[in-house]
Write a protein that binds this ligand. Structure first.
Ligand code: ATP
Ligand code: MG
Length: 1108
């Protein structure tokens, strides 16, 4: 269901001033203040929106807010500028009514911001699509461009619009934007050459200098430093919160979006630069010979640069600053300019240049944004025009601006009244005349064609002869003296003769918004807005497309001797056009109010706001609106809102809404004159009545809320109760089921137990019976078996007895037979039968023995000890002899497979066995090691190449041995080489021969009985080798070495056999001493190695770890 809301809901203060009760200036102000303090910056007066400047960003301009206000009725939601924009847009789109949005207020009140909010709202809610978005973007982006060139920082506003702007946005029948047209009004061009204290020149100058790249500045012949330019005020060059450089980029970007070509942008920037340069041209006085005053340019550099920028010949411009040519019909008179005139000319040129550039920009933007096609468009005009201005020193500009505001006020009153009246007629309500102040008289004072102030100013400007501001003021004094809204010291009205607040050189006008004192000085000049023809011609001569375009009057071919139109005249004409334009449209008002002078948020200065609400005529506005009926509302929403106040309309009224409202109102205690029924709306005369309705509604809503609450609670409790009941049934059902299930299971299991017992009992009974039967059967079987067994055994015994008897009979018979036969044949056998039987038997046995042996012979391995067991005792000798012969035979077979080398090896092994078996404990471990001989591979090892060459005979054994040092018993590694003839000891590393002992010089070798590798080579006394004494060596291959040395002795016929002495103590001859080498059994330590120590001069003790 759609929730109906109303402006009246959650209202802070009063959302619509029309409903203010009591209505007074104070209550008006109080209401505004109250709302402002609660961030409610918008308040209505009927359909007029009052906007307070919050001076801070509020979260009420979000896309969500746009959606909230989209397509909602004006009074449906709390006041907002979006509501007004939506209303305007919808009546434009749906009712085909052209709209205008008039935004007024003083400088800094938020007009420009409001206009942008309206435009952005419309852009957000209107159609979408590539083309439409482009148009929207161009329309929105025209703002930054115009703001850069037309806005400036003033003491009142950091971004003050110094021109009036009216923008027509054109829409097609669907409400999609097609384009727009911008009109600009009276740019404050005097600002270009001079700015009041604390104010700045137009933003673009500062933006260009801060934001342009170094390269661009160089091109434009500019410096970044503001202080280099006379036209730029320095005291407020930097403005808080204003980033000129960033804004410059924004402006460049916006220009691009709007459609400016790159060369156009460059031309514009050149003109801006030229204005800055122009400001730097200074003059000095110079006297001519004829005595007339003349001026000369001080430093021509800036002039030169400016001319270069604009493509003007320097001399032409120089001359234009020195002379003034006046053309009249056929005459041409040239006069020199003095310094003051030269400065005047320079500033006039700067102002003209800039203001024309500005107008050109507007035209150029219009060219881009104008709607295509010629069909009639719907139009929404947004007017953001300078507000009413009262300064300390008010001049021509303020006069013009205030005149414009006067006209706007007039149109406002006119249109508001007209609208009010139209509504009354439309609704068929009787029209009551409303008293209000009509400012048409003030407008007349200014614009009347005969004796209006502007007309008189023009007259003065056109009049031949000396014309000054004083003559103008005199004229005013004479002509307007009688006017009620004109005040002057010199007027005939004696009332002001003594008014010292009114200086002689000023006049005062009582505007609708207050009195304003104008200083007459400068009126004539500013109205004339004269630019010497020489200057415009010089500009026209420029070789610069844009500047030529800006000064068309400088074209010598089109010399127009007519005076140009005055500024006042032009303005009046454009205001006239604007007013006519506005009158054709449906107006929507936004009245902006500035809460304080400090540009600060949260400050509400009563006096300032009071002043504004006075001159904006807001009280007047409320009064007009309330004059007849303060409040009106269509019947449907009215009935919807208040239907609960009457039993007949609540909750539903089925008839037409109007009748419903009539029934409703007649039911309420409201006097009949308090309201009136229009065609579609009810009109309520007094806000009190509305608030009465609201109060009743509030109470009613409370009662209704209680009722709803009551019903809801009842419903909820009932629902809860029913739920509980239902749940209880479900729970109990479940529980019962559960209990029954349990009971059933119990019975079932009890039954099963009983059943099982019964079955068990039956089964056991059966089993017992079966067992008994079985036992009976078994007993019978056993008995019968026993019985049969007894029978069988009895039978067996009988049969055996019978058989024995038969056998005995047979044996006896055989014996008897044998006896008989032997007795008969004894005589034939007695001689050799026994021997033959014996031989035969022996032969059979032997044959069986040999054949059996053949199949059970052991393997051919000589170490196989198996031999079949002896079968007969009498064969014992043969059996062991055969075993011996078989063993010898298989040994022979085995030997016959040997090669010569293998044979030699076995011979050596055999010899070693003869020498050491059971004599030395080391021997058993050597049996399994093959005798390799050359352990060093002396022929192949390149390290021993030299040594191998040095050896004369074939090396039979080469190994590393330890030569025991006779001094300390420690060993030194030596190479031990054995050849057929000698034993050689050599250095292990170098291979150098250390000792060579011919084998004949060896007498004996001594070794211990233990498992060590020590051996002493004893030398023949007196032989050459014995000089150094015997050798005590140790080797891992001791058995092989000694065996090989011993074999050499055995094989050589010419030598004595070498003695092998095996004992644990032997003497060794060391040089001159005989040392006893003693072997003891030691405890194994240091890795089980043999250690040798010199105990004393005579004893060398070798400790051999016990092998056990
Ligand atoms: N709705 C708003 N929200 C936030 N700040 C605002 C709003 N309206 C105005 N302002 C602030 O106030 C400043 C002045 O507003 P704006 O320029 O619109 O005033 P103006 O009425 O156009 O003045 P002028 O007549 O000098 O051009 C803005 O720069 C902005 O800082
Ligand atoms: Mg503005």
């Amino acid at each position: 269901m759609e929730v109906k809301t109303s402006l009246l809901d959650n209202m802070i203060g009063v959302g619509d001033m029309v409903l203010l009760e009591p209505l007074s200036e104070d209550s008006f102000l109080e209401n505004l203040k109250n709302r402002f303090e609660h961030n409610e910056i918008y308040t209505y007066i009927g359909s007029v929106v009052i906007s307070m400047n919050p001076y801070r960003s509020l979260p009420i301009f979000t896309p969500e807010k746009v959606e909230e206000y989209r397509n909602r009725n004006f009074y449906e939601l709390s006041p907002h500028i979006y509501a007004l924009a939506d209303e305007a847009y919808r009546s434009l789109r749906d009712q085909d009514k052209d709209q205008c949005i008039l935004i007024t207020g003083e400088s800094g009140a938020g007009k420009t911001e409001a206009s942008k909010l309206v435009m952005s709202y419309v852009a957000a809610v209107c159609g979408k699509g590539q083309e439409v978005n482009k148009v929207k973007e161009q329309l929105l982006q025209s703002n930054p461009v115009l703001e850069a060139f037309g806005n400036a920082k003033t003491v009142r506003n950091d971004n003050s619009s110094r021109f009036g702007k009216y923008m027509d946005i054109e829409f097609d029948f669907k409400g999609d934007p097609l384009g727009g047209v911008i009109s600009n009004y009276l740019l404050e061009k005097s600002r270009v050459v001079k700015q009041p204290r604390g104010e700045r020149n137009f933003h673009v100058f500062y933006q260009l200098l801060s934001g342009a790249s170094d390269e661009s500045l160089k091109k434009l012949k500019l410096h970044r430093d503001f202080s280099k330019y006379n036209y730029l005020s320095l005291d407020s060059a930097a403005v808080n919160g204003l980033d000129d450089a960033a804004n410059f980029r924004t402006v460049r970007n916006a220009m691009q979006i709007v459609g400016f070509m790159e060369d156009e942008v460059q031309s514009v920037m050149e003109l801006v630069a030229a204005v800055l340069k122009l400001g730097n041209i200074e003059f000095k006085p110079d006297s001519r010979s004829n005595g007339s005053d003349e001026s000369r340019i001080k430093d021509k550099n800036d002039l030169k640069e400016m001319c270069e920028l604009l493509g003007i010949e320097q001399s032409v411009l120089e001359r234009a600053f020195s002379y003034r040519t006046v053309e009249a019909k056929l005459e041409k008179v040239s006069t020199t300019l003095n310094v003051a005139q030269a400065y005047y000319a320079r500033d006039a040129l700067a102002k003209n240049l800039y203001s024309r550039l500005f107008s050109w920009l507007v035209t150029r933007i219009n060219e881009s944004i104008k709607a295509q096609g010629k069909t009639r468009h719907k139009v929404m005009g947004v007017l953001d025009i300078y507000g009413f201005e009262i300064f300390e020193d008010n001049s021509f500009e303020q006069f013009i601006i205030n005149y414009c505001n006067e006209k706007l006020q007039q149109i406002f009153i006119e249109l508001t009244l007209r609208e009010e009246q139209e509504e009354y007629i439309r609704e068929g309500i009787e029209w009551t005349n409303i008293e209000y102040f009509n400012n048409a008289v003030i407008c007349d004072l200014i614009e009347n064609n005969q004796n209006g102030i502007l007309a008189m100013l023009d007259e003065e400007c056109l009049r031949p002869g000396t014309v000054t501001d004083e003559t103008f003021l005199d004229k005013l004094n004479t002509i307007c003296a009688e006017h009620l809204h004109f005040e002057s010291r010199l007027s005939k009205n004696s009332k002001f003769l003594t008014d010292h607040s009114l200086p002689h050189s000023c006049f005062r006008i009582q505007h609708y918004a207050g009195k304003v004192l104008y200083r007459a000085e400068g009126f004539v000049d500013k109205n004339n807005d004269l630019l010497y023809r020489d200057l415009s011609q010089a500009m026209y001569k420029a070789n610069h497309k844009l500047i030529k375009q800006l000064f068309p009057e400088g074209n010598p071919a089109k010399v127009n001797l007519k005076r140009p139109l005055t500024a006042g005249f032009q303005f009046k004409a454009s205001v006239g056009t604007l007013m006519r334009n506005l009158q054709t449209k449906n107006p929507n008002y936004i009245r902006c109010i500035k809460p304080n002078d400090k540009k600060a948020s949260h400050i509400f200065t009563d006096s300032l706001v009071r002043h504004q609400l006075r001159y904006l005529g807001l009280m007047e506005n409320v009064r007009v609106r309330r004059a007849g009926y303060a409040f009106r509302q269509p019947y449907e929403p009215c009935l919807e809102r208040y239907k609960m106040l009457c039993k007949r309309t609540w909750p539903h009224w089925l008839g037409p809404a109007r009748e419903g409202v009539e029934v409703l109102m007649s039911d309420l205690p409201v006097p009949a004159e308090e309201f009136s029924f229009g065609r579609s709306k009810i009109f309520i005369r007094n806000p009190r009545t509305l608030f009465f309705l609201e109060e009743r509604r509030r109470q009613c809503l409370q009662d209704l809320a209680t009722l709803i609450q009551k019903i809801y609670r009842g419903w909820k409790c009932r629902g809860h109760f029913l739920l509980l009941k239902k749940s209880q049934i479900v729970v109990s059902a479940w529980y019962r089921r559960y209990a029954q299930q349990k009971k059933y299971q119990k019975i079932k299991s009890a039954t099963t137990v009983v059943q099982s017992y019964t079955r068990g009992w039956q089964a056991r009974k059966l089993l017992r019976e079966l067992k008994y039967q079985k036992r009976c059967v078994e007993a019978v079987t056993t008995i019968s078996a026993f019985w049969h067994g007894t029978q069988a055994r009895r039978e067996l015994r009988r049969l055996k007895e019978e058989a024995r008897r038969k056998h005995a009979v047979a044996v006896i018979w055989a014996y008897w037979q044998g006896l008989k036969i032997r007795r008969e044949y004894r005589k034939f056998f007695r001689a050799n039968a026994g021997k033959k039987i014996y031989d035969f038997t022996i032969q059979r046995i032997m044959q069986k023995y040999f054949l059996g042996l053949k199949s059970t012979l052991p393997s051919m391995s000589p170490i196989d000890k198996n031999w079949p067991a002896r079968p007969y005792l009498f064969l014992g000798g043969v059996h062991s002899e055969l075993r011996r012969i078989f063993h010898l035979w298989r040994c022979k077979k085995y030997r016959s497979q040997f090669t010569e080398e293998k044979k030699a090896v076995y011979e050596e092994k055999l010899e070693a066995s003869e020498l050491f078996k059971d004599k030395k404990a080391l021997y058993p471990s050597s049996v399994s090691q093959p005798f390799k001989g050359d352990y060093l591979e002396i022929n192949k090892n390149p390290k021993y190449q030299k040594l191998s060459i040095a050896m004369e005979d074939k090396v039979l054994l080469a190994d590393v041995v330890n030569k025991i040092n006779r001094a300390n018993g420690k060993g030194t590694a030596r190479l031990f080489l054995l050849t057929k003839n000698s034993v050689v000891l050599a250095d292990q590393k170098t291979g150098q021969v250390k000792a060579s002992v011919p084998l004949p010089d060896l007498t004996s070798v001594s070794v211990s009985t233990q498992s060590d590798g020590f051996f002493a080579l004893k030398l023949k006394e007196g032989s050459a080798s014995a000089v150094k004494g015997d050798f005590l060596l140790s080797s891992e291959h001791l058995i092989e070495i000694i065996t090989k040395i011993h074999r050499m002795g055995t094989t050589a016929a010419d030598r004595e056999q070498l003695d092998i002495d095996i004992s644990d103590e032997f003497l060794v001859q060391f040089k001159h001493d005989k040392v006893c080498v003693k072997f003891i059994q030691g405890v194994p330590k240091n890795g089980n190695s043999v250690s040798c120590k010199r105990k004393n001069n005579r004893l060398l003790e070798v400790s051999v770890p016990s092998t056990a």
